[in-house]
Write a protein that binds this ligand. Structure first.
Ligand code: AMP
Length: 396
């Protein structure tokens, strides 16, 4: 079956067409500036990227342009739209209502709308994308795959915040966690590579990208994760602060004359390694600046790795052990110095990496632990689109 995978943001739409039998990507791309002017990027397998500027007042026109590109006579990856057997949508927040992926119907959409307060920027965009696909591909089954669902196995002691219980009862204030599709994909792959049953392994997945989170996976189930009610909690990220004393919110607001929205904007968009370094959120720029002696870039990198290591250590305690540590996403897959720095804090757990091997791994699936390491350490590239396509096929 050919599956169209859609990831909708408020003004963007990423897509891939995946052949579920071969698991090959047949075409992929991005619609940008939806509601502003509109630009389609389309790359067929093995072909050049085409860029087309065209008005996209809503996501519906964006989906229509993607479908037109897919059946374009010259460069289309499909000969006919009827080849699309199903559509898989990434949906950010499923609250406590969705513990797994689900086939999309009216009840599903109502359920996602009901938890939209928890992800006001993301869930409405996801629903717009779903409705656009329903309108343009009537009769094609659609599936929603949640970022949060994998973490619904966390025990209550891990997901509750230390605030009055009524906020949980009345408003569902709790840790939800994100990147679930990636944590699930990578932890399953780790078990395959190690050649042991998933149920027998304690794995810590470090998803280190522009957004970054860590997950403790015990026997295939998420038992704790670093992101929280929103993706702001936890690690220091590209532009997000991660963990911070909430008193700093009031303090910064008073000093800078900002309201809540203003401080949240600072914490989400003007903080993290970019805010600390004053250089960039991109680790390639940060590493280059640090190599040239930029002290704040060095500090940002040091703070990033230190925070990752602290979470790994705490999750080893949460699971009373760890068998496998897996690095994934843009930074985890491509930045050996970060992996080496993180692992240097973990020798007390028996983590030893092969420094030479580690330096060579950029985006490949490879073991980087030394032969005598008590914990296996791997780089495992994530593939959220493939995971969504697999879930979609399984459900339809
Ligand atoms: P993601 O959000 O997973 O796409 O990851 C984005 C982050 O990965 C950015 O900070 C990039 O700098 C980093 N990244 C991507 N490719 C590389 C690379 N080849 N070398 C170093 N960092 C990279």
């Amino acid at each position: 079956m050919k599956v169209l995978v859609i990831n909708c943001g408020s003004s963007s739409l990423k897509y891939q067409v995946i052949d579920s039998e071969t698991e090959q990507v047949l075409a992929k791309g991005l619609c940008e500036r939806i509601g502003i002017d509109g630009r389609l990027k389309y790359t067929p397998a093995g072909g050049e990227t085409e860029v087309t500027d065209a008005p996209m007042p809503t996501h519906k026109e964006a989906v229509q342009m993607v479908l037109d590109a897919l059946v374009n006579e010259k460069t289309g990856a499909l000969s006919n739209l009827s080849e699309i057997g199903a559509v898989g949508h990434r949906v950010v927040h499923g609250g406590e209502r969705f513990t797994k992926s689900a086939v999309i119907d009216d009840e599903f959409i109502a359920g996602v709308e009901a938890v939209s307060d928890l992800a006001p920027l993301h869930n409405p965009a996801n629903i717009i994308g779903i409705r656009a696909c329903q309108a343009l591909m009537p009769g094609v089954p659609q599936v929603g795959v949640f970022d949060t669902a994998f973490h619904q196995t966390m025990p209550q002691k891990a997901y509750m915040y230390g605030v009055d219980y009524k906020y949980y009862e009345d408003y569902q204030v709790r840790k939800y966690g994100f990147h679930g599709t990636s944590h699930s994909f990578v932890s399953k792959r780790a078990a395959e590579i190690v050649g042991k049953p998933l149920e027998s392994l304690k794995t810590i997945v470090c998803h280190l990208g522009n957004g970054a989170s860590i997950c403790a996976v015990d026997g295939g189930k998420s038992v704790d994760t670093s992101m929280g009610l929103s993706p702001l909690e936890g690690l220091i990220m590209g532009t997000r602060s991660g963990d911070i004393d909430p008193s700093a919110v009031e303090y910064i607001a008073n000093k800078e004359g900002l309201d809540f929205a203003g401080v949240m904007n600072v914490l989400n968009k003007k903080s993290g390694v970019e805010g600390i370094s004053g250089v960039s959120s991109d680790f390639r720029d940060l590493c280059a600046a640090a190599d040239e002696g930029n002290e704040r870039a060095k500090l940002a990198l040091a703070m990033f790795s230190y925070r990752v290591a602290k979470y790994v250590g705490s999750y080893a305690a949460a699971m009373n052990g760890v068998d496998v540590i897996a690095f994934t996403a843009g930074i985890g897959e491509n930045t050996p110095s970060v992996r080496a720095d993180v692992c240097s804090y973990l020798k007390f757990l028996g983590v030893e990496i092969n420094e030479e091997l580690n330096k060579e791994v950029h985006g490949d699936e490879k073991k980087i632990s030394a032969g005598d390491s008590k914990v296996l350490v791997y780089v495992i590239p994530t593939n959220e689109e493939l995971a969504i396509a697999r879930e979609t096929v399984a459900l339809v």
